[in-house]
Design a protein around this ligand. Structure first.
Ligand code: SAM
Length: 331
């Protein structure tokens, strides 16, 4: 049967061509801002989408105009079979860009599998360069292992490598210049992400440090020269220091949210199409899929989600704006 030829355009004329897929709600780290040690038990395996189910949803999404996919989690690399899945995903016709967000813990030992799955863009989370602080933030003493993974990915030619730094005042604000300095020695994109108070995490700083303050902290390194954005760029405002190999990016979901140009949908590990990171408006696609509905009916689930996508999230993000933790949504 021919699939309907609708495109994913919402009520505000935004074309949604970017699907972020969380393939697991499990993680090998317990970051204080994302997956706190007190967080609830994970969902049973049967509630999590199987790989073949995700691939079917992706094919339908492509038909409706999805061209860009990011695989995230939880930690995507902890899910059994993920490398075979990545291969199957990148082999699907119609995708222009497939990237992966990882905490880097398993990167070093699996870099060849990631490369052979033709994933060329990696975002790696690293909030500190201090081993002890890494342990405090993530709950595990794995800084050296993650750094070795980053070096290995670099040596293997992955490009660009984006380093995601969630900035938490009082935790890593004293290290922002050191992290930014990495862009002189490596062609990495160091991206400072404003901490979002999502779910009930113990990380919430009394006074948030937002992009203007972050810029001030790294200004001693030189002038930030704007870099022109490319079509597939996300919401990062891009800059470069003179003579640096890499870039600096600022992602400001709190101080300057990018809802107006949002092109994203999310597929959660338990099979919901989530319309906004900071809203619980979602459509369950797993139940109709498992009930044997046809592709056209599943395309309708996509379209229904898009119809309900809010124009923007609340101006003031509070811990209650999105009650789930980031680890279960996918960031
Ligand atoms: N496990 C992978 C990782 O660590 O990169 C992927 C999942 S993680 C949820 C995806 C991204 O969300 C990471 O870059 C993480 O730093 C970011 N993130 C998680 N909680 C956040 C928060 N409260 N505020 C801002 N960014 C957050």
């Amino acid at each position: 049967m021919e699939l309907k030829n609708h495109q994913l355009v919402d009520r505000f004329k935004r074309h949604l061509n970017y699907l972020r897929i969380s393939i697991t709600d499990r993680c090998n780290l317990r970051c204080i801002y994302c997956n706190p040690r007190s967080s609830k038990q994970k969902r049973p395996h049967k509630e999590i989408l199987r790989y073949e189910e995700i691939l079917r949803i992706v094919r339908i999404g492509i038909h409706l105009g999805i061209t860009k996919i990011r695989i995230t989690g939880g930690e995507p690399l902890v899910r059994k079979g993920c490398y075979k899945f990545l291969n199957q995903l990148t082999a699907i016709d119609g995708l222009k860009d497939v990237s992966l967000t990882t905490n880097g813990v398993l990167l070093k030992d699996h870099i060849d599998e990631i490369a052979s799955a033709k994933i060329n863009r990696l975002n790696i989370s690293l909030d500190t360069l201090d081993r002890e602080k890494y342990h405090q933030i993530t709950g595990r003493d794995l800084f050296d292992q993650v750094w070795a993974g980053i070096e290995t990915a670099h040596a293997k030619g992955f490009s660009p490598i984006k380093i995601n730094v969630v900035v938490i005042n009082g935790v890593n604000d004293d290290e922002l210049a050191d992290l930014a300095k990495l862009s002189f020695d490596y062609p990495f994109h160091i991206r400072f992400i404003e901490y979002m108070p999502i779910g009930k995490t113990p990380a919430a700083p009394a006074v948030p440090l937002l992009t203007p303050g972050i810029k001030t902290r790294i200004q001693a390194l030189g002038n930030l020269i704007p870099v022109t954005s490319q079509t597939n760029d996300g919401p990062a405002m891009r800059f470069k220091f003179k003579d640096a190999m890499g870039e600096i990016g600022f992602i400001s979901p709190v101080s300057n949210h990018f809802c107006k140009t949002c092109n994203r949908l999310r597929l959660t590990a338990d099979g919901h199409i989530l319309t906004c990171l900071l809203s619980d408006i979602s459509e369950d696609i797993k139940t109709p899929l498992r009930a044997g509905l046809l592709d056209n009916d599943l395309a309708d689930v996509f379209l229904k989600a898009v119809e309900r996508k809010p124009f923007q999230h609340a101006e003031n993000i509070t811990p209650f704006t999105q009650p789930a933790q980031m680890v279960s949504i996918g960031g």
